[in-house]
Design a protein around this ligand. Sequence first.
Ligand code: ADP
Length: 621
Amino acid sequence: MFFRARSLVLSLFCAALVGLSGFSAYLAVQRFGIAELQATGLHRLDLYAASLEREIGKYAFLPGTLSLEQEVLDLLAGPAGGEAAKRVNVHLEKLNARAGTLSIYVIDAHGRVLAASNWRQADSFVGEDLSFRPYFRDAMASGTGRFFGIGTTRGDPGYYLAARLAGSEGDEGVLGVAVVKVSLEQLEKSWSTVEAPVLVADENGVVILSAVAGWKFTLLRSLDERMRAAFDHTQQYNRRALQPLGMREIAAYGHDARLVRIVGDDAEAVSVYPVSGRFLAQSRAMADTRWTLTVLSQLEQVDSLAQSRAALAAIAAACLCLLAAVVAERRRHLRHRLAARETLQKAYDELEHKVEARTADLSAANHKLQDEISERIRAERTLRAAQEELIQAGKLAVIGQLSTGIAHELNQPLAALRTLSANAGRFLERGDADTARANLARIAELADRMGRITGQLRSFARKSNGLSEPVRLGQALDNVLALLEARLRRSATVVERHGPREEAVVSCDPNRLEQVLVNLVGNALDAMAGQPRPRIELDWDCADGAVRLQIRDHGPGLSDEACSHLFEPFFTTKQAGDGLGLGLAISAGIVRDSGGSLQGANHPDGGAVFTLELPLAHCHD
Ligand code: ADP
């Protein structure tokens, strides 16, 4: 709303500026043009006045010179004789022809024409009474007479120059008046070629000379009836109807300059320049006459120049306004852009600040996470170490369980060793070296067997690292059965092994696999304790990259409680000292670490069956 009002005010201001510029330019150019016209007009005034005065002055002396002619004086003085008049007539005729004037004539003191240059023509002035003519009266009264008028005889306009002719006695001897009528037509014609109209008005305001033919004998000012009557009497304008020129003054400038309007019909006036419209009129009073010379300068050119300059100024102002508007628009645009950039920079700074804060948060969170991870790793390591310890503890527990059987196993050969070594001594004393040698060989065998047993135990008891490697399943089963050999034999347990011909090689830690198998076979033996025909079936096959080993016993099977808590640590149904309840939990952990699984279930035909699945390294034929 504010911007719309502002742009409206600006538009109005621009429009006012454009208008004012145009108007000022119009006024300035017009004033300048008028001043120029005025200067030119003054120059023309000088020029035309000089030419007119020169033209008139050329003949000014002529009437006076006739007083030097004795014949003329005689004619005026004496009674009019035919011969004298004729001689003067001829003289005047010649003089007129030579001077190039319209006519020359001599009037006596009563106003009657005594001799004239046109004496031969039918309409000759000779004998005419011209006492009513003002030039005659003036000349008679003051010595000279000047008069512009229209001839009474032929109606030709002309300028009359009259001079009083006197005898040698001065005023007393006034004889008459000599008159020369001059035509100003040539001068007029030369004016018609100028670029603007010029006119001469006499003391009555009647245009007597004009470059425009239609203006001649028109009135510059109104004429009252008294003056009209006087004109009729003097026949100055030969009874012409004096119409007003139609010039009206609009404004007055200095140095006798006026702004006038001439109302007229251009079509009627035959001229090279317009004779109606607005003009600058400049007038000057002529010397020696009571005439006024007026030059008119057309304002049309000044007007059109002022108009074109005004239009130019208006266009220039409009261009300036437009330029100012463009510059203002550009500045506004620039300001907006700067503001936008500032906002953007602010947003960017804020964003950067946020990112920095977030990064700091993230790095703090990262540190925290790293700490947590290290903590977890440490905990895991601790857990793993604990697991390792647990596995070892479980193994030691198994070894503890085995120790009774192993001790028993070792006791037998030890007793045999004692007997054999004692017997060997006795046989040597008797000299029965062969029997003694046979005894010693038996001793060596027994020592080997004992060594094997302890070796197996040592190998089982060593702490393994849990890393997987290819292990022959058959070999592992052999080792386990060897470790449990004493128990198996004591309980007369039958072990059946069923498997494919090709040897299964699994990926596992060999020592820990044996620990699992010892546990499972040991549990089976525990379950079948006291049974008359204990039997363990070991079945395995290879499928889908894994070995599936089933260890089935023919004991009572798993109770419901055992089924639901089978792999929980410290779950045992055995007497204190017989079991810790860690065997299956540890075994399941070992199998899981190797990428396999362990499950326990009851066989439909009785007894428990444990299924051990381990990833297959490869199968050998
Ligand atoms: P422990 O042998 O020390 O009790 P285990 O984790 O090896 O610990 O066994 C947990 C329990 O699972 C045993 O106490 C027993 O009740 C049951 N169990 C394991 N194997 C068998 C099996 N073959 N037949 C019946 N019960 C079994």
